[in-house]
Unconditional design. Structure first.
Length: 57
């Protein structure tokens, strides 16, 4: 389980700035979350201005 970033991400970087485990980095299309280091804290979801971050399934 890890949070995921969808295609509506505008690559603003707000999420990466708040992640306590530095799990978010800029990918080819948009920002991406590393599922191996994400601890499901939800901090990034609250910061995203476009609502592009959701809990994984
Ligand atoms: Fe980082 Fe928390 Fe978002 Fe996971 S849920 S990517 S640990 S801010």
């Amino acid at each position: 389980m890890a949070y995921v970033i969808t295609d509506t991400c505008i690559s603003c970087g707000a999420c990466a700035a708040v992640c306590p485990t530095e799990s978010i980095s800029e990918g080819a299309e948009h920002y991406e979350i590393n599922p191996d280091t994400c601890i499901d804290c939800g901090a990034c979801e609250a910061e995203c201005p476009t609502g592009s971050i959701h809990p994984g399934e």
